[in-house]
Write a protein that binds this ligand. Structure first.
Ligand SMILES: CC(C)(COP(=O)(O)OP(=O)(O)OC[C@H]1O[C@@H](n2cnc3c(N)ncnc32)[C@H](O)[C@@H]1OP(=O)(O)O)[C@@H](O)C(=O)NCCC(=O)NCCS
Length: 142
């Protein structure tokens, strides 16, 4: 079940960050973002447990996806797909952008499945380890 996350879910998001990313966000960073009106945080809940989250910002008719992460033991169950479907459905009038490490094939495959197109590369955009970012865009439906 997809829910909107708020201040009460900072710890859940932090646990997902730690499970998913080389450099997880601190609780303070998560708190700042979740209280910033331009961000939306969607969570996926199974039996009272938040097992995945997706956050994005909206400015005019542009959406930028910040992060999407699914706890390891819940992957390959189409949970990320459901979160992305909701984002796309709720923002049909927006272009959607995101960036991803070029070695992150699970994520790249996910975005290609949803018809995101690669539009640019940013050299050595990521640190620890240094890596290029690939920028993807999905054009608005209308
Ligand atoms: C990327 C991630 C969010 C995918 O979540 P998920 O819930 O397992 O994904 P889904 O089950 O919805 O898979 C949808 C599609 O993604 C792709 N995909 C997902 N996992 C994959 C894997 N391990 N290898 C290759 N492709 C994969 C496939 O195209 C899949 O479609 P298919 O099952 O029909 O082949 C998850 O692996 C994750 O949290 N990774 C760590 C965090 C991260 O890298 N986030 C992206 C930052 S930009």
């Amino acid at each position: 079940m997809i829910i909107n996350l708020n201040n009460e879910h900072i710890n859940d998001i932090f646990l997902i960050e730690k499970d998913c990313f080389f450099e997880p966000k601190s609780k303070k960073m998560i708190e700042n973002e979740i209280n910033n009106k331009i961000y939306t945080f969607l969570g996926y809940k199974i039996n009272q447990k938040i097992v995945a989250y997706l956050n994005y910002s909206v400015v005019l008719d542009e959406v930028n996806i910040g992060n999407i992460g699914v706890l390891k033991e819940y992957r390959n169950k189409k949970i990320a797909s459901k979160l992305l479907e909701k984002l796309i459905c709720d923002n049909a009038f927006c272009d959607i952008f995101l960036e991803v490490r070029e070695s992150n094939l699970p994520a790249i495959n996910l975005y290609k499945k949803f018809k995101f197109k690669q539009i640019a590369t940013r050299k050595n955009y990521y640190k620890n380890p240094s890596e290029n970012a690939v920028i993807f865009k999905k054009e608005k439906n209308i």
